[in-house]
Design a protein around this ligand. Structure first.
Ligand SMILES: Cc1cc2nc3c(=O)[nH]c(=O)nc-3n(C[C@H](O)[C@H](O)[C@H](O)COP(=O)(O)O)c2cc1C
Length: 340
């Protein structure tokens, strides 16, 4: 396969093997590509895969989305559907622009097909994203916007911080992903607790109608997830995104053991089963009534189909794209279309 044999090798060598440099250059190339509608159309013909589905009242061209974190500031937006994605989640953005954690902050665990990251919400801020989305005009695919807490804002002032991003970006989002599950912003995950989540969702709901989804961590106990789902139900949340990265280091290939102690969230293949189990638990707890976006360790069409079987209405990928390229999106879409 061209991607794994040629392109991935070249990408993994860029910047002396620094994954963040590979990421920046790829994003820059896709941003340039986004300015060439003819190229975009040609790619779309190759990778595009219509398999429409309506979920929480939104029409999705297909059920495979780009997960948050890949295109945080939305610089390459038109390129993603051309690679086969049916929707895109930008962000996580914060009220204030911020640089994130010091580098290095991304690590490839190649034998495990995994990544550890502690980016810490590096992003240009909600105002900059709003300006970019305004300039782009209407998009031809659903856009999710993930919002999180600025690092400089104390946890007990988080509600105002989320609200500010929400107000700025409301005109542009088909749905908001409320990110309370990143392990890389101190205190953020405490917002998954009942009282804190109740206050946050109450404030967002009081603002106006917008589709709200809550993104959860794979490290919560069943009991904590059940609690969280109660709060989501009380505020008519439109769906859950399961899951974010994990603090666990289970399932790593022994060759990657030296990188295991790096602080941060683990994504990719070692997360496949846990993310699916969380999706399955949420689906059972809510009797299949709450739409779920399943994300975590989807690296094959079979992983995708099993995520749908577990109860996901839509899925997202990040790490699988790094290791398998856009051909994986096409293969997944084909597998899904065969079942439809
Ligand atoms: C480098 C990197 C940065 C990420 N940044 C974000 C983020 O800003 N917001 C978020 O909600 N999730 C973020 N994620 C988590 C992904 O969206 C996804 O939930 C997780 O990686 C599991 O999916 P995967 O195994 O397909 O990568 C990030 C993941 C990676 C690898």
């Amino acid at each position: 396969m061209f991607y794994t044999r040629v392109l991935r090798r070249a990408l993994f060598r860029l910047g002396g093997g620094d994954p963040e440099i590979a990421h920046e250059r790829t994003l820059r190339a896709l941003t340039l590509l986004s300015r060439h509608p003819r190229l975009i159309s040609a790619l779309h013909r190759h990778f595009g895969a219509p398999a429409p589905r309506t979920v929480f009242g939104i029409h999705f061209p297909n059920r495979v989305g780009l997960a948050a974190g890949m295109d945080k500031d939305g610089t390459a937006l038109p390129a993603w559907p051309a690679l086969g994605f049916g929707f895109v989640e930008v962000g996580t953005v914060t009220r204030h622009a911020q640089p994130g954690n010091p580098r290095p902050r991304v690590f490839r665990l190649v034998d495990s097909e995994a990544i550890i990251n502690r980016m810490g919400f590096n992003n240009a801020g909600a105002d900059a994203l709003a300006a970019r989305l305004h300039a782009l005009g209407p998009l031809r695919f659903p856009l999710g916007i993930s919002i999180g807490k600025s690092r400089a804002t104390p946890v007990d002032e988080a509600v105002e911080d989320y609200l500010a991003s929400f107000r700025t970006l409301r005109p542009y989002a088909d749905y908001f992903a409320i990110n309370i599950s990143s392990p890389n912003t101190p205190g953020l995950r405490t917002l998954q607790d009942r009282a804190a989540l109740d206050a946050l969702l109450g404030a967002l709901r009081a603002e106006a109608t917008a589709r709200l989804l809550v993104k959860i961590a794979p490290d919560l106990t069943d009991h904590a997830i059940a609690d969280l789902l109660d709060v989501c139900a009380a505020h008519n949340v439109d769906g859950v995104i399961a899951t974010n990265t994990t603090l666990s280091r289970d399932g790593l290939h022994p060759a990657d053991a030296p990188l295991a102690p790096e602080p941060g969230g683990l994504s990719g293949h070692p997360l496949t089963t846990r993310a699916r189990d969380v999706v399955s638990f949420v689906a059972k707890e809510t009797s299949g009534t709450l739409p779920i976006i399943g994300v975590g360790g989807i690296h094959t069409p079979d992983d995708a189909l099993r995520m749908f079987d577990a109860g996901a209405s839509l899925i997202q990928l990040y790490t699988g794209l790094i290791y398998h390229g856009p051909g994986l999106i096409r293969r997944i879409n084909r597998a899904v279309a065969m079942l439809a």
